[in-house]
Design a protein around this ligand. Structure first.
Ligand code: ZN
Length: 409
């Protein structure tokens, strides 16, 4: 789709939302949305944030009459109010179309048996994968979340060929397969993993154990759910479906729209969503739009792998850094394991960034420390203080590992 078509659809959505949704009636009050036409004008519209959606609880963003709503989903709501997203029948259908495309990008066919390990219910993931698979015509094993014993039993007995899940759960499965000596019993060929940022070390461990090709899928409950973007067999970034969503990349600090290839926060407009359209929704996810066409030939543009959350951004010595950039550097240096931590301190009013990283056995810590300093200087432009540690020295967490400790005052 060309920019003109996309813009006219975006503005049609803006005008609809400004009339029908209580949330946007308030947000767009006084703005000349009836006469706006250009991308420059679009970029002057206010952002929509997760807080707006919380404030609109339960159904303040609703844009269609009650009779047209067929389902609601909800985001996990770890803090405060949950966010409820209503869907029309057309929204559910559109989402299934995108999900089906995702399977096709991953090379999944009707011959496949898809084991869906994300939860079914208020959370969007399970049902989205289910709907796309049914549209495609593949067989689904809808195990849902948890119960690893049963997951492995069904995976083996029903000869599942595609595994759907979070990357961390895929890692749990991989490690259990290994521990139980089940490699020969597993028929998996592909994995579609998403919903969290994951480094290459985790990928390698899953690959080593399961030997499958895997695909990153992207999405968020506020915008349909998973399935708005996926990487193709070239693995050079995730194709996003620009006939349903419009993506902008902004500087998370200033809100300025950045040119293609520059890294910043993904902002999404859903120009076909009926029940709860979102205009310029700040995802907090950090990525970039990859310029040019993918070698696979698909006309859908690409987002790069998600490198972090804009909330994770570290400001040090006037530079914006994401922990994932440090992770990327560590990964390139032979001898470091996957565990690391960034500690920020001030010393005599000057910021100091300490990088603590665990070393595999049999390497020279001094040598590794020197390499780390050199690579950080050239990679992120910061002179770091290296602390090379033994395996197991850094704290482990069952949940999300805290990668950044800010001790600055
Ligand atoms: Zn491609």
């Amino acid at each position: 789709m060309n920019e003109l078509t996309i813009m006219s659809q975006c503005f049609a959505q803006v005008r609809r939302a400004a009339k029908a949704s209580p949330m946007y009636r308030e947000k767009f009050a006084g703005l000349p949305v009836e006469t706006m036409m250009t991308r420059e004008q679009f970029e002057t519209l206010p952002f929509t944030t997760k807080q707006d959606l919380r404030d609109a609880y339960p159904m303040g963003m609703q844009c269609v009459p009650n009779e047209e709503i067929v389902r609601v989903h909800s985001s996990s709501g770890t803090t405060g109010m949950p966010v409820i997203m209503p869907y029309s029948a057309q929204d559910i259908e559109d989402w299934a179309v995108m999900m089906e495309r995702c399977y096709q990008f991953a090379g999944v066919t009707t011959a496949d048996r898809i084991q869906i390990t994300p939860g079914f219910g208020l959370w969007t993931a399970g049902l989205g994968f289910q709907a796309g698979a049914e549209r495609l015509g593949a067989m689904v094993i809808p195990t849902g979340a948890g119960n690893t014993d049963r997951q492995l039993q069904l995976m083996r007995d029903l000869e599942a060929s595609v595994l759907i899940g979070t990357s961390s759960y895929a890692l749990v499965i991989a490690e259990e397969v290994d521990k139980r000596g089940m490699r020969g019993d597993i028929h998996l060929k592909r994995g579609i993993f998403g919903s969290e940022r994951w480094g290459d070390k985790i990928r390698e461990r899953i690959y080593e154990t399961l030997g499958i090709e895997f695909f990153d899928i992207y999405g968020l409950t506020e915008i349909y759910g998973p399935g708005i973007a996926i990487d193709c067999h070239e693995h050079t970034g995730m194709h996003y479906f620009n006939d349903y969503i419009y993506c902008e990349i902004i500087d998370p600090e200033t809100g300025r729209v950045l040119p293609d290839s520059e890294q910043g926060e993904i902002v999404i407009t859903t120009f076909r969503k009926e029940a709860a359209p979102l205009i310029r929704y700040r995802t907090r996810d950090i990525s970039r739009i990859i310029p040019g066409e993918c070698p696979c030939g698909s006309p859908f543009p690409r987002l790069d792998r998600i490198v972090g959350r804009s909330d994770d951004m570290i400001k040090i010595k006037g530079t914006n850094i994401y922990p994932a950039q440090v992770e990327e550097i560590l990964k390139q240096i032979e001898g470091f394991s996957s565990e690391y931590r960034i500690v920020l301190e001030n010393e005599e009013l000057r910021d100091r960034m300490i990088v603590q990283a665990e070393m595999k056995e049999g390497y020279d810590p001094e040598n590794l420390a020197e390499t780390l300093v050199r690579e950080c200087k050239s990679g992120i432009g910061i002179r770091v203080v290296p602390q090379v540690m033994k395996i197991g020295e850094l704290p482990r967490s069952e949940k999300k590992t805290q990668r950044v400790v800010d001790n600055r005052y």
